[in-house]
Write a protein that binds this ligand. Structure first.
Ligand code: HEM
Length: 453
C-alpha cells in the first residue's frame, strides 16, 4: 500500500465549484482562460460530470511525470476508443509502453532527418503552383501540405488521389465525431443510431478498408516500400511479436489524425502573424536566403534555421493547437494540498497556460525573441506544446522539422499578405484553428522590385 492510499477522500467543498458547463463554441477559449484565475486547482461541471481543472504548471508537471501512474488519459481519449483498436494515443499501461517502444524508432530524430527530402518534395509542388496576387485559403493550403507530408512519410508516396481523399475524409469525420462526444459526455448518446453516429461509423469502415488495401500491397511487395508503414509491419516487441494488420491500421489512422491538423494550424497561425509583422518576415527571409543560398533545402540546413525555429516556438506558444487535454485518476493521489479520489476527471488548457501573464510577460505579443537563450525563460513545465512525460507527443521532431521545411520553402519564394479588412478569430474545435484565413500571395521578386506596400 503506498502512502497515497492513506490520503483521506477529497473533502466536499475543498475545491471551489466555480462554473457549470463549457459554454458555447465562441466563448470556450475565453472561458478556459478565465478558469486560471480561480487558483491552482478548481472544479467545474460539464453536463452531468464534474471536472477538476489544473491551473498550476507545477501540479500539471507532477500529473504528467512523477505521478503519472495514477492517471489514464481520461474523457477526451475514451471517446476515440469507440472507433476501434487501441492505438498509441489511447493505449494504456503496459500496452502503451510496449507500443511506444515499438513506434519510437520510426519517429526518432535520426529517422526524421531522412524524411526531409520527402517533406520538401511533397510540399514544394503545392507552393510552386501559387500565382502572384492569388488569394489563398491558407488553412486549406497548409492542411493539404501537412496531410501530404504525413501520407508521404507513411506510405512512401501519395497514394492514388481517390484513396488518399477517402482516408483524409474518414479521419476528419471520425475525429469530429469523437470530439463531439467528448463535449457531450453522456455515453448512451454515442450508441444511438443518430445520423451523425451512423456517418462516423460508416466513415470509420471506409477508412479502415482503404488503409487495409495499402497494407496488403506493402505485405505483397515488401521491397517496393521504405516508409513508416513498412517499419510498422516489421517492428517487434520484446517477445518477438509483430503488429497485426488491425493494429497497424489503428496506428496509421492515429498518426494521420494526430499529425496533420496540428502542424497545419501552427503553420497557418505563423503566416497570419508574419502578415502583421513585416519586420519579422524580413528577418525570416534574410535567414532563409543566407542558409539556403540558392541550394535545395536539405537535412543539414534544418539546425541552421534558428530564427525560423523561434518563430515556430512562438507560434506554438501563442496559438497552441490543443486547448483542452484530459486525464482521469485510476487511484487516489495527492496533488499539492489537494487529494483526488480514484475516478476524478481532470483537465487543463495548454492554450490558456501559454497566455498566462504570470508565466509569459506580455503574453499576447507575438515575440519570437523571447526564446533567445539570453532572455529569461519560462519556468519548467510552463511551455508544453507537445506535452511532457511518458505520453509526450511522439511526432514532435517530425512536426518541428516539417514546419521548418514548409516555412522555409514558402519564405524563399513568397510573401503572404493579409486580405484588407479581414477579421481572423480563433475557433476551438479539434485544434484551435483560424476562423478563416485568406491571404494574398506575392512573389518575393515583385517585393524586391519595390512594387508593393
Ligand atoms: C504542431 C504539431 C503537434 C502538436 C502541437 C502535438 C501535440 C501533442 C500533444 C500535446 C500530445 C500529448 C497529449 C496528452 O498528453 O494528452 C501529443 C501526443 C501524440 N502525438 Fe502529437 N502533436 C503534433 C504533431 C504530431 C505529429 C506530426 C505526429 C505524428 C506524425 C503526432 C503524433 C502523436 C501521437 C501518436 C501522440 C500520442 C503519444 C502517446 O500517447 O504516447 N503528433 N501530441
Amino acid at each position: 500500500m503506498t502512502a497515497d492510499t492513506h490520503i483521506p477522500p477529497i473533502a466536499p467543498g475543498r475545491l471551489p465549484l466555480i462554473g457549470h458547463a463549457i459554454p458555447l463554441l465562441r466563448d470556450r477559449l475565453a472561458y478556459v482562460q478565465r478558469l486560471r484565475t480561480y487558483g491552482p486547482v478548481a472544479r467545474i461541471t460539464v453536463g452531468p460530470k464534474s471536472m477538476t481543472v489544473i491551473n498550476s504548471h507545477e501540479l500539471l508537471q507532477e500529473i504528467l511525470t512523477s505521478k503519472s501512474q495514477h492517471f489514464n488519459k481520461g474523457l477526451l481519449f475514451d471517446k476515440l476508443k469507440i472507433f476501434g483498436g487501441d492505438p498509441l494515443p489511447v493505449a494504456e499501461g503496459k500496452q502503451h509502453l510496449n507500443r511506444r517502444r515499438m513506434m519510437q524508432p520510426a519517429l526518432h530524430r535520426e529517422q526524421v532527418k531522412g524524411y526531409v527530402t520527402t517533406m520538401r518534395d511533397t510540399a514544394e509542388p503545392s507552393i510552386a503552383a501559387w500565382h502572384h496576387q492569388e488569394t489563398l485559403d491558407v488553412c486549406n493550403e497548409m492542411q493539404l501540405m501537412a496531410q501530404g507530408v504525413v501520407m508521404a512519410a507513411l506510405f512512401s508516396s501519395n497514394p492514388q488521389r481517390g484513396p488518399a481523399q477517402t482516408i483524409l475524409n474518414g479521419v476528419d469525420t471520425v475525429f469530429k465525431a469523437a470530439l463531439q462526444h467528448a463535449m457531450v459526455p453522456i455515453s448512451t448518446l454515442e450508441r444511438l443510431p443518430t445520423r451523425g453516429n451512423r456517418k462516423a461509423q460508416a466513415a470509420n469502415t471506409v477508412l479502415r478498408n482503404a488503409i487495409g488495401d495499402i497494407i496488403a500491397d506493402h505485405r505483397a511487395n515488401p521491397d517496393a516500400y521504405d516508409d513508416l508503414v513498412s517499419l510498422l509491419l516489421t517492428v517487434q516487441d520484446e517477445t518477438g511479436a509483430t503488429l497485426t494488420d488491425q493494429e497497424v491500421i489503428a496506428e496509421v489512422t492515429a498518426l494521420l489524425a494526430a499529425g496533420s491538423e496540428t502542424t497545419a494550424v501552427t503553420l497557418a497561425w505563423l503566416f497570419h502573424e508574419l502578415g502583421h509583422n513585416p519586420d519579422l518576415e524580413h528577418r525570416l527571409h534574410e535567414e532563409v536566403d543566407s542558409v539556403l543560398a540558392g541550394r535545395p533545402l536539405a537535412a543539414e540546413h534544418i539546425p541552421q534555421l534558428v530564427f525560423t525555429r523561434r518563430l515556430i516556438d512562438e507560434t506554438l506558444r501563442l496559438h497552441n493547437p490543443a486547448w483542452i487535454l484530459t486525464r482521469r485518476t485510476i487511484s487516489p493521489v495527492r496533488l499539492g494540498q489537494f487529494s483526488l479520489p480514484a475516478d476524478t476527471d481532470v483537465m487543463w488548457s495548454p492554450y490558456a497556460m501559454h497566455r498566462d501573464p504570470d508565466l509569459f510577460p506580455d503574453p499576447l505579443r507575438f515575440d519570437p525573441d523571447r526564446w533567445l537563450p539570453e532572455r529569461p525563460q519560462p519556468p519548467r513545465g510552463a511551455f508544453i506544446p507537445f506535452g511532457i512525460g511518458k505520453r509526450m507527443c511522439i511526432g514532435d521532431q517530425f512536426s518541428m522539422t516539417e514546419a521548418i521545411v514548409i516555412t522555409a520553402l514558402i519564405a524563399s519564394r513568397w510573401r503572404l499578405r493579409p486580405t484588407p479588412g479581414a477579421t481572423v478569430r480563433p475557433i476551438p474545435e479539434i485544434t484551435v484553428h483560424p476562423s478563416s484565413l485568406d491571404m494574398i500571395a506575392e512573389t518575393r521578386e515583385h517585393t524586391a522590385a519595390g512594387n508593393t506596400a
